[in-house]
Design a protein around this ligand. Structure first.
Ligand code: DX5
Ligand code: ZN
Length: 226
């Protein structure tokens, strides 16, 4: 059986002056999700886009919108993204005072909750959260910017996360996406898939390419060959 492979192009590297068009182009090119990076110049040292932009691009996307919140506080903004059409909403545990409450809030708002792990954040956060999550996201760069190099220790961490996700699925039958974010390229995505990821955020690798379709196809082929 071919390994699961969901490609989630990150709009962070898209042309912001033509965002609707860019969203339609990556969806037509085979994107499974649209990754939407929200940065607040507080939790991370950069400032990007919010619920208004999510709402504006929603009609341009026939695939789920994967909102990655790099903001603090988290809870205030969750209902706004739910109203704006987010499917997944993930957040960093360090940015929430009450992680279990935030997960519940995302679910109650009608979205699928995800927890995000920075490069040095331990996976032990999953011990008491995984049965409430639909997505586990491992950062393979420090959050805040596109175009950074993949941190190799993420591969061992992914293998650990894979074991935890599989054990949870066996226990509950629920599907949980295992996503990786940062520095994913055609030439390393095979190794990342082999380590256990099934969902791949790619910003500069997709939007920096001339041909989005060929790049996404090359990524899928590399995962299938892994
Ligand atoms: C970084 C963001 C990523 C970023 C990835 O904080 O969360 O989603 O866009 O960009 P690339 O694929 O260029 O590393
Ligand atoms: Zn992201």
């Amino acid at each position: 059986m071919a390994p699961t492979c969901r490609i989630a192009p990150s709009l962070l590297s898209a042309d912001f002056a033509r965002l609707g068009e860019e969203v339609r182009a990556v969806v037509a090119a085979g994107a499974d999700l649209v990754h939407f990076d929200v940065m607040d110049n507080h939790y991370v040292p950069n400032l990007t886009i919010g619920p208004l932009v999510c709402e504006a691009i929603r009609p341009h996307s026939s695939v789920p919108i994967d909102v990655h919140l790099m903001v603090e506080p988290v809870d205030r903004i969750v209902p706004d993204f739910a109203k704006a059409g987010a499917t997944y909403i993930s957040f960093h545990p360090e940015a929430s005072r009450h992680v279990d409450r935030t997960i519940g809030l995302i679910r109650e708002s009608g979205c699928r909750p995800g927890l995000v792990f920075n490069p040095s954040t331990p996976l032990e956060w999953l011990d008491w959260t995984i049965d409430k999550l639909d997505l586990v996201l491992l950062m393979s760069v420090n959050p805040g910017f596109g175009g950074q190099a993949f941190l190799p220790h993420t591969l061992a961490k992914l293998a650990d996360a894979r074991r935890r996700v599989d054990a949870a699925r066996e226990r509950t039958g629920r599907e949980i996406l295992l996503e990786v974010d940062g520095g994913v390229k055609v030439d390393n995505i095979g190794a990342i898939a082999k380590a256990g990821a099934d969902t791949f955020v790619a910003g500069s690798a997709v939007f920096g390419a001339k041909d989005y379709r060929a790049t996404i196809a090359a990524m899928r082929a590399a995962v299938a060959a892994a």
